[in-house]
Structures are given as C-alpha cells and as structure tokens.
Design a protein around this ligand. Sequence first.
Ligand code: AP5
Ligand code: MG
Length: 185
Amino acid sequence: MKDIVIFGAPGAGKGTQSDYIVQHYGLTHVSTGDLLRKEIADQTELGLRIKSLMDNGQLVSDDIVIEMIDKAIAADTRGILFDGFPRTVTQAETLDRLLAKYGRELTCMVDLEVPQEELMRRLLERAKIQGRSDDNETTIAHRLEEYRTKTLPVADYYAAQGKKIVIDGLGTVEEIATRVRQSIG
Ligand code: AP5
Ligand code: MG
C-alpha cells in the first residue's frame, strides 16, 4: 500500500497531477482544500467559521485539518494521496503519528517546483474560468506568503527523512505526470 503526499505552492498543479496519480496507483484522493470548500458550500458551522480565513488566503487551524485527516485514514484501506496536506511541520509530524496508529508509513513526498510568475499566471487564468473565491491577485499573494513562511519548512522535514522527491513542474500536464510516475516507481 502506498501513502503519498503531493506538495507544492498554490497553483503548482497538485490537484491536476492528483488525478493521474490516484488512477495509476489506485489510491484515495484526499484534498484538504476540497474538503474545506465543501464545508463552506454546505454552509456547515465549520464552513461558516473558516470562510473568511480561506477567502483571505490564510491557513485554517491545524486541529481542524488534522481531525479531517484522522477520519480519512481511519476510513481508507487502499492508500491515500494527500493533496494540500501537510502544510505545517505540526501537521507533518501528526501525519506520521496517525499513519503509524494504523500500521502505515508515508511512502514519499512529491514536490512540484514551479516558478512564482508561472504560479500567478495559472491562478489568474483559472480565475477567469472557475471563479474560486481565493483566486484574485491580493489573496494569491497571501496564499504564497503563507506557503513561504509556514509550508516550505515541511519540505525540509521530508528531505531529512529521505522521502522528498523534487519534480520539475513546468511542461505539459502529461509530461509532468510521466516524470512523477517514473520517480515514484
Ligand atoms: P488548496 O485547495 O489546497 O489550494 P492551494 O494549495 O492554494 O492550491 P491550488 O488548489 O490553487 O493549486 P494546485 O496546486 O492544486 O494546482 P491545480 O492543479 O489546481 O487550499 C486552499 C485553502 O484551503 C488554503 O489557502 C487554506 O486556507 C485552506 N487549507 C487547505 N489545506 C489546508 C491545510 N492542510 N492546513 C490549513 N489550511 C488549509 O492547478 C492550478 C491551475 O493551473 C489550474 O487551472 C490548472 O488547470 C493549471 N495547470 C495545472 N498544471 C498545469 C501545467 N502543467 N501547465 C499549465 N497549466 C497547468
Ligand atoms: Mg488544489
């Protein structure tokens, strides 16, 4: 069983590459961003609490996402592709602990590297088509700042464990999917 983290800045292509990875390895796709957006769309109590944070491009609290991930691992028997999680070192440490609780261990972390101008270009392009409420220039800048200050240390956490695989995230979607497959094996 494989448990994999897909990692990268906002707009790096985590969601896009997730579709290929889950299909190839038969994994369950768990995107904390998608789960949180569903809470907002359903207007749950949690959704109402987190909407302004997400609209501002700030991370929601570790406790909230960790509870979601605990439930997802408990319900899964195939292996999980974690998309958008972990985003803080606390989340990464907790993921190791939660997987161990179920006798599992993270296989690897795939880090999609894309230059900042390209991230901005992709997200502003998507804004025209999809209208995600956090895809505007001001909020994207906040998301990139959160990534730099709180999430980048997670990459070092996995590098120290020898689990970080760096992938050039520039190119066509299919080219990148091939690179990812070849490096995961
Ligand atoms: P989340 O939903 O995870 O968003 P994000 O990390 O900002 O990243 P995106 O989903 O925007 O980008 P992506 O890397 O998935 O790229 P995509 O494939 O879509 O998080 C949203 C918010 O939720 C956070 O700000 C935070 O508030 C909260 N949150 C979520 N998880 C959390 C956590 N663990 N802890 C705390 N808070 C959390 O691609 C982007 C665009 O580029 C698309 O239009 C796509 O078609 C295009 N594209 C993709 N690949 C290519 C390519 N190769 N060439 C050209 N275009 C491409
Ligand atoms: Mg995404």
